[in-house]
Design a protein around this ligand. Sequence first.
Ligand SMILES: Cc1cc2nc3c(=O)[nH]c(=O)nc-3n(C[C@H](O)[C@H](O)[C@H](O)COP(=O)(O)OP(=O)(O)OC[C@H]3O[C@@H](n4cnc5c(N)ncnc54)[C@H](O)[C@@H]3O)c2cc1C
Ligand SMILES: NC(=O)c1ccc[n+]([C@@H]2O[C@H](COP(=O)([O-])OP(=O)(O)OC[C@H]3O[C@@H](n4cnc5c(N)ncnc54)[C@H](O)[C@@H]3O)[C@@H](O)[C@H]2O)c1
Length: 456
Amino acid sequence: MTHFDLAIIGTGSGNSLVTPDFDDKRVAVIEEGLFGGTCLNVGCIPTKMFVYAAEVADTIRGSAKYGVDATLDGVRWRDIRDRVFGRIDPIEAGGREYRENGPNTTAYEGHAEFVGPRELRVQVGDAVETVTADQIVIATGAHSVVPEVISQSGVPYHTSDTVMRMDELPSSMVILGGGFIAAEFAHVFGALGVDVSIVTRGPRMLRAEDDEISAEFTALAAQQWDVHLSAKVVGAKSSEREVALELDTGELVAGEVLLVATGRRPNTERLGLENAGVATESDGRVRVDEFGRTTVDGVWSLGDASSAYQLKHVANHEARVVAHNLVHPEDLRAFDHRFVPSAVFTHPQIASVGMTEAVARESGREITIKVQRYGDTAYGWAMEDTTGIFKVIADRQTQQLLGAHVMGPMASTLIQPVIQAMSFDQTAPDVARGQYWIHPALAEVVENALLGLEFD
Ligand SMILES: Cc1cc2nc3c(=O)[nH]c(=O)nc-3n(C[C@H](O)[C@H](O)[C@H](O)COP(=O)(O)OP(=O)(O)OC[C@H]3O[C@@H](n4cnc5c(N)ncnc54)[C@H](O)[C@@H]3O)c2cc1C
Ligand SMILES: NC(=O)c1ccc[n+]([C@@H]2O[C@H](COP(=O)([O-])OP(=O)(O)OC[C@H]3O[C@@H](n4cnc5c(N)ncnc54)[C@H](O)[C@@H]3O)[C@@H](O)[C@H]2O)c1
């Protein structure tokens, strides 16, 4: 048995908890998979590197409308893939090495489970190590959920963990799901020349977005990919050449490969939480208070394991808060989940923050809404954009911004002034007229959206 000041389970955002405050203390870092976690290895970073390549391909295909003729000669999948992982894999290896040989860290490369409130059993190869610690942080992330109709059918399938490492680009792909991961990979593989079919159970794609964005995006998705909405998969079968999903309508949707993107569940099932008395929510998340404390003294949790938001910027924020709280028990900081933004790096790009129109209406406030089309601004003309929209919602009386929902080029960047205004409590007219907006930059879309709001 080895005792530590701090034991961290999971090296995604958990890895950043080893702050200088622990320089003269002993820290156990436990990881059963890749060092750096989901975002670095199989999440945000590789996906966005693929998205960038996809956008280059799309730009070439769409160049003729500007009078620039170009043809896409081909895509070299292995080179695209190896550019991505040639950068990422050495970072993973460096992170692992740093924790193995760090001055104050001991790396345990195996699966951790609680056997008592602050006691862990770690399976490292054939050996079992016992780790005790004054404080333990559960930063175990989440994993892909695969519906039984697929897992029990015996058909081969990918999840986001494996699909980016394929050796060959398939000619066609069926994606099960209509959320973040489905929309991003449909964009990547579609732009690289794969025939993409989407099968999702909801009546629209990206249903968590504002209704208007979700509806407009779904319409554009149907122009790019073969989209099956409100679909119930009742079976799956495969041959040497393809995988086919059987829908309850009798329809078969087939592709050379199947990608399952039907949500992610917190990694709390094989953690022995019951042995420690750590409570969970009904959806499997570790229950935490606003300071990141679980129901057991000295045990903390953050990120996808416990958060309502499965987003890296949230996991990082929660890690910063917990890092402070671990060493300042008398001065605890709280998570700030007031205005959590998100973006879907699909085509067109989507970004959102704050209340949707439906939620704002339900809140009983008197609201004002402006939907600014990119195409009605100078930069939108330059881009020949016909579909981009920037929707802002504000309180008619207080002039406070309540939300923004964007679909179009650079949505994830354009939305930032609204996130900033909401975070610092600036009113819409102040943001619109209290600063210069560079002319004729794309940011004029935001300026015009704010100016279009009507106040009493
Ligand atoms: C394809 C994809 C794309 C994404 N894109 C974005 C994006 O663009 N922007 C964004 O904000 N978010 C994105 N996300 C979400 C983001 O990756 C996660 O929210 C974030 O990585 C969560 O960080 P975490 O530290 O909570 O968990 P993780 O990074 O998942 O780290 C948890 C670690 O714990 C380890 N572990 C789990 N259980 C145990 C155990 N019992 N013992 C030992 N080790 C254990 C795991 O191996 C893992 O390495 C994406 C996710 C996916 C899947
Ligand atoms: N850009 C980003 O920030 C980013 C990118 C990827 C993932 N993520 C995070 O990862 C999370 C998980 O992503 P995701 O796309 O797997 O989940 P999701 O919750 O976004 O979408 C799941 C989709 O699968 C559908 N679905 C679920 N079960 C189904 C079934 N049996 N048959 C057909 N369809 C089914 C749902 O209707 C939904 O459309 C996201 O919610 C997000 O928080 C973030």
